[in-house]
Design a protein around this ligand. Structure first.
Ligand code: GSH
Length: 237
């Protein structure tokens, strides 16, 4: 029975943009596993209630359902060991640092940069929920969360310094081959790539070259990801 992945979709059902789902799709390709995708929107909570989760990714493997990308990655290494994603306990400990750094440092910077583009590409049924949940999270109106790219793009690029230093001296954060740590950071960049025309990385940057290598991995799987076009109803709040 193939695996089933609930995957966050934009206004265009084919455009999949969750950074957390991207890291799992890259992990599934890494393992050579096949899966079926169920497009999911923020307000489709009922569709994943069976999993006990309110967020995606949700992965169904036979009679098991799993949520939370970290739990899923550990499950994949346990049940489909080769090739390893996390590289055992030591690799897992290091990947945990990358995960927490990526989510606490990169995600907020990216969200602020792409927010207007992201909002213009959400499915209409998600707009009210997205606005109210993010305004509650940040404690201010959506329009005040977004940042000005002329100042925040350099700050974002500067934040990538640790990745830049590593991928100047080796192809991937995982060494010669990509690991889950690579997919975590890559997932964040793929979120922006699918939902915004803003070019977060400069050509010539070692991080750009590393991202290109990952776009080409697994037969160019991520490079083929559909890019979301804005909705044609710009008047929507
Ligand atoms: N810790 C979770 C976070 C997953 C997450 O936040 N997913 C977002 C999509 S990018 C989501 O489903 N959000 C639902 C919501 O905001 O209600 C993981 O690693 O899987």
């Amino acid at each position: 029975m193939p695996l089933v992945l609930y995957d966050l979709a934009g206004a265009d059902e084919e455009a999949r943009f969750s950074p957390y789902c991207w890291r799992i799709k890259m992990a599934l390709r890494h393992k050579g596993l096949a899966w079926r995708e169920v497009p999911w929107r923020f307000t489709d909570k009922d569709a994943i209630v069976f999993s006990g989760s309110k967020t995606v990714p949700v992965l169904v493997d036979g009679t098991r359902s799993l949520s939370d990308s970290w739990t899923i990655a550990r499950y994949l290494d346990e049940h489909y060991p080769e090739p390893s994603l996390l590289g055992g306990p030591l690799g897992e400990a290091h990947a945990l640092f990358i995960r927490l750094w990526s989510e606490s440092t990169l995600h907020p910077l990216i969200l602020r940069l792409i927010l207007p583009d992201l909002y213009a590409r959400l499915h209409p049924k998600d707009l009210d929920y997205f606005r109210s949940s993010r305004e509650a999270r940040f404690g201010k109106p959506l329009e005040q969360i977004a940042s000005e790219p002329s100042t925040s793009l350099p700050a974002f690029r500067a934040a990538l310094a640790p990745v830049r230093s590593v991928v100047r001296s080796q192809p991937y954060l995982g060494g010669a081959r990509p690991s889950f740590a690579d997919y975590i950071v890559f997932g964040a960049l793929q979120w922006a790539r699918v939902m915004s025309p803003l070019e977060l990385l400069e050509p010539g940057d070692a991080v750009h070259a590393w991202r290109d290598r990952l776009l080409g991995e697994h037969d160019g799987y991520a490079a083929r990801a559909p890019i979301c076009q804005p909705r044609l109803d710009p008047s929507a709040r």
